[in-house]
Design a binder for this molecule. Structure first.
Ligand code: TA6
Length: 284
């Protein structure tokens, strides 16, 4: 692969593709039957300096605000990752790419730990699989981190979306100074600025009325929390790389390990996975 390659495309033909920008290992497009499933702002910046506004940015080692010199949501989404393998067609017809990230002078200037991350992305007919391994190569140093896939789903109208799998969960409400509440609704809807870290959520969420009125299934493993975010009008207007009129067309449903950090002992690894699946048959 040429050193200058920045974008890789997993092409399954029949108009099913996944495009990954090595900047931040950000999935910037996922087309199923030629229909885009992910939201990317028309004002997104691809200068390699800031996070891409949309798609699926990779959040590590910090979710949210970091100390005074650490970037919001950590550094993984603003550094260039390495393409280790692929894109290649596996014997079962899946298309796979493996990306990696390890510590560097830049990362150590903010977070002085050695680490290795492998990130396998697998494209199936109507599914996108994400398998993450975080490894601590140190012989004597433990470290703790947050990990989250910041998934921006594309939706015709966020006010018509319903999200399952949150009933009864406590959540940290960032629109109310981080106060903690319990979700009493069977299905959650979004009709205002919403920024909630739901804790110990179910392994499966169904999001209705995504692109073309279909449903999206999100399954997660070793991601105990789920963040639900829509900036709504005012916050969107305050965000330079977010179009004023775009907020109705996106919904962030983010699988992560964020309300408590992961503690990784020397010589050990942490693995987590997410599966996104477009549900074509509305009965399922
Ligand atoms: O995941 C939700 C959130 O933490 C919101 O608070 C908002 O800040 C969003 O992430 C986007 O953050 P960014 O740094 O990409 O503008």
């Amino acid at each position: 692969m040429a050193a200058s390659t920045q974008v890789i495309v997993l092409d399954r033909s029949n108009n099913t593709t996944c495009t990954i920008n090595l900047h931040g290992a950000t999935v910037v497009s996922w087309r199923v039957n030629n229909q885009e499933q992910l939201f990317v702002s028309k004002l997104a910046v691809f200068d390699g300096k800031k996070a891409i506004r949309g798609g699926i940015p990779f959040v590590f080692p910090q979710f949210g605000a970091w100390s005074q010199f650490g970037p919001n949501h950590g550094f993984a989404r603003i550094v260039r990752w390495t393409l280790e393998r692929g894109p290649e067609r596996l014997p079962n017809g899946d298309i796979e790419a493996v990306l990696s990230l390890m510590d560097s002078d830049f990362t150590r200037s903010m977070w002085n730990y050695p680490f290795r991350i492998t990130y396998r992305i697998i494209l199936r007919e109507k599914e996108l699989h994400f398998h993450i391994g975080v490894y601590n190569p140190s012989k004597d140093l433990a470290f703790s981190f947050n990990l989250l896939l910041h998934t921006y789903l594309k939706v015709p109208d966020v006010r018509r979306c319903q999200i399952t799998g949150l009933h009864g969960c406590t959540f940290i409400d960032k629109t109310r100074d981080g106060a903690i509440y319990q979700e009493g609704r069977e299905v959650v809807t979004v009709n205002e600025w919403t920024d909630r870290i739901y804790q110990h959520t179910q392994q499966e969420h169904i999001i209705t009325n995504v692109v073309s009125g279909r449903k999206m299934r999100l399954q997660k493993y070793n991601f105990p929390d789920t963040v639900i975010w829509n900036p709504w009008m005012d916050k969107a207007r305050e965000t330079p790389d977010f179009g004023d009129d775009e907020y109705p067309n996106m919904l962030c449903v983010e699988a992560g390990h964020v309300s408590q950090p992961v503690l990784l002992l020397p010589g050990t690894a942490y693995e987590a996975s997410q599966i996104l699946q477009v549900i074509v048959n509305p009965k399922r």
